[in-house]
Write a protein that binds this ligand. Structure first.
Ligand code: BES
Ligand code: ZN
Ligand code: ZN
Length: 452
C-alpha cells in the first residue's frame, strides 16, 4: 500500500542525502544506495550532488524506492531542489508504486509476492493534493492496462463492447451507445466492414458522450483504434511481428480511461469518445488485396495492403464523428505504424496537429503530466502516392517508395477530417513497452479536456 500521513516517530524514515562536507562518514557514498541507522529509525539514500538531481535521475531513484525490502516512511521534503518540485516527487513515487504493485489483469495461478508499504511524509497541502490526483489517475491507468493486456481469445469485439457499455452505464452524466453490425451497414461504413470480413465476430462501435457544456456547440471527439488482434490479413505479418498484436486496441482503452477521469473531474466542455472494434483476420471471407471499398464519407479506397487496416476503421470513425456527432475538434489515438517505433521508440509518442496552436497546447499539457510527445509533419508529399489508384480515390498504403509511412498514415486520415482541427497520436511505440501495457496518454487526454 502507498499512503500519505503524518510522520510516525516509531517507524523508519527514509531521507535523501546529498554530497556535502559534513556528511556522516558511515553513509555509503554511492548513488541510489541506502544506509540504514536502525537504532535511530533513520535511513539515507545517497543521491550525489544536490543541484544535479533532476526528473530523469529521480525516475531511477523512484523505481528503487518502490521496490524497498522493508516498510519505509519517505520524507519527501528532503528530496526537493530547484529542478525537482514536491509535486513531481510525489507524482513519480506514487505512479511508479501503483503501476508496479497495483492490480492489472493476470491469469497466473501462483500468487504475487507481498510487497512493502510506503508512507509519504512531510507533505504540504499541495503535495497531499498531488498524491490523491496521482493515485486516482494511476488506478484508472491500471484499468486501461488491464484492458490492453487481456488476450484476444477472451476479449473480442463483442465482449469488449459489452464491458465498455457496462462500465459507462454506471455514470449518470453520460450517454453510451453501442452500434451493431446492421447499424454499421446502414451508415455505409464500408472500410470498417471490409476489415471485419475475415472475423468470427461482428464489428462494434462504442460511443460515449459527456456533455459538460450543453449550451456550447464545441465538441472534442477522441477516437481510439480498436483492432482486437492484427494478423495483417492477407498481407499477413511475419511471426515475430504478429506477437503483441493484441495491443492493437490500446487506443480505445486509452480514450476510455481518459473519459473515466473526465467524468470524475466534470470540466465544462463536451467530450465524446468513439471506439470502432474489430479484429483483422485471414480466411475465405477476409478482404483481399486489390479490393475496393466505399467509406462512409463516400470516398473509395483501393486496398493495396490489408495490414494498413487501422487507418481504414479510423477513417469511418472520423466521418461518423463529423456527420453524426458534429465534432468541432478530432483527436485520434492509434497503434498505427511500425515506422514510428523505428523513429521514436518508446521515448516519445508521434504527434501530428493541423495547427501550431494545438501542438503548443497539447505539448504543454503532456509536459505538465510528465508525458513525452514529438511533433511530426503533415505534408502532401507523403500522400501523393496514395492518390494514384487507377480505379479509386485513394490507396490505403503509400507504395511510391517515398518512405515516411507514419506520416502517410497520418495524411491518409487527414483526408477524412473535412478541415476540422485535427490531432493524431501514433502510439505504436509507447502503448506497450517490452510486452507490458503502459496506459500512455490517459493523463494527457484527460487534462486536455480541462484546457481546451
Ligand atoms: N498495428 C500495426 C502497427 C504496429 C506495428 C503497431 C508495430 C505496434 C507495433 C498496423 O496496423 C500496421 O500493420 N501498419 C503497417 C502499415 C504498412 C502496411 C503501410 C506497418 O507499419 O507496417
Ligand atoms: Zn496492420
Ligand atoms: Zn494494426
Amino acid at each position: 500500500m502507498i499512503e500519505e500521513k503524518n510522520i510516525d516517530k516509531k517507524n523508519i524514515v527514509l531521507e535523501a542525502i546529498f554530497d556535502s562536507e559534513n556528511i556522516n562518514k558511515n553513509i555509503i557514498k554511492s548513488k541510489n544506495i541506502i544506509t540504514e541507522f536502525l537504532d535511530k529509525n533513520k535511513a539515507f539514500i545517497y543521491l550525489g550532488k544536490k543541484e544535479k538531481l533532476d526528473i530523469n535521475l529521480f525516475k531511477k531513484t523512484s523505481n528503487i524506492i518502490v521496490n524497498l525490502k522493508r516498510d519505509y516512511q519517505v520524507d519527501v521534503s528532503t528530496f526537493i531542489n530547484k529542478k525537482l518540485s514536491e509535486k513531481i516527487i510525489v507524482r513519480e513515487i506514487t505512479e511508479s508504486y501503483i503501476l508496479k504493485h497495483g492490480e492489472v489483469y493476470n491469469l497466473k495461478t501462483s500468487k504475487k509476492p507481498k510487497f512493502k508499504n510506503i508512507t509519504l511524509v512531510n507533505l504540504t497541502k499541495n503535495g497531499k493534493n498531488q498524491f490523491n490526483i496521482s493515485k486516482n489517475e494511476t488506478k484508472v491507468r491500471n484499468w486501461v492496462r488491464s484492458l490492453q493486456t487481456m488476450p484476444p481469445n477472451i476479449l473480442n469485439s463483442i465482449e469488449y463492447a459489452k464491458k465498455l457499455k457496462n462500465e459507462f452505464s454506471n455514470f449518470k452524466n453520460v450517454d453510451v451507445k453501442v452500434l451493431k453490425k446492421d447499424e454499421i451497414k446502414k451508415l455505409k461504413m464500408g472500410l470498417l466492414l471490409g476489415v471485419n470480413r475475415g472475423s468470427e465476430y461482428e464489428p462494434r462501435i462504442v460511443v460515449v458522450e459527456y456533455k459538460g457544456n450543453p449550451k456550447s456547440k464545441e465538441k472534442i471527439v477522441y477516437i481510439g483504434k480498436g483492432i482486437m488482434f492484427d494478423s495483417g490479413g492477407y498481407s499477413l505479418k511475419p511471426s515475430l511481428h504478429i506477437k503483441g498484436m493484441k495491443y492493437d486496441m490500446s487506443g480505445t482503452a486509452i480514450v476510455a480511461g481518459a473519459m473515466k477521469i473526465i467524468i470524475n473531474n466534470k470540466p465544462k466542455v463536451n467530450v465524446s469518445i468513439v471506439m470502432p472494434l474489430t479484429d483483422n483476420m485471414i480466411g475465405t471471407k477476409a478482404q483481399t488485396v486489390d479490393s475496393v471499398q466505399t467509406s462512409m464519407s463516400g470516398k473509395t479506397v483501393e486496398i493495396n495492403n490489408t495490414d494498413a487496416e487501422g487507418r481504414l476503421i479510423l477513417a469511418d470513425a472520423i466521418t461518423y464523428s463529423i456527420r453524426k456527432l458534429k465534432a468541432t475538434k478530432i483527436v485520434d489515438v492509434a497503434t498505427l505504424t511500425g515506422a514510428i517505433v523505428v523513429a521514436l521508440g518508446a521515448a516519445y509518442t508521434g504527434t501530428w496537429t493541423t495547427s501550431k496552436k494545438d501542438w503548443d497546447l497539447v505539448n504543454d499539457v503532456a509536459k505538465l503530466k510528465g508525458e513525452c510527445l514529438w511533433r511530426m509533419p503533415f505534408n502532401d508529399k507523403f500522400i501523393d502516392g496514395m492518390k494514384k489508384s487507377k480505379i479509386a480515390d485513394l490507396f490505403n498504403t503509400n507504395y511510391s517508395g517515398y518512405g515516411g509511412s507514419s506520416s502517410s498514415a497520418a495524411g491518409f486520415l487527414k483526408e477524412f477530417t473535412e478541415n476540422i482541427p485535427y490531432i493524431h497520436f501514433d502510439i505504436a511505440g509507447t502503448a506497450s513497452v517490452n510486452g507490458v501495457s503502459t496506459g500512455v496518454l490517459v493523463k494527457t487526454l484527460a487534462e486536455l479536456a480541462n484546457k481546451i
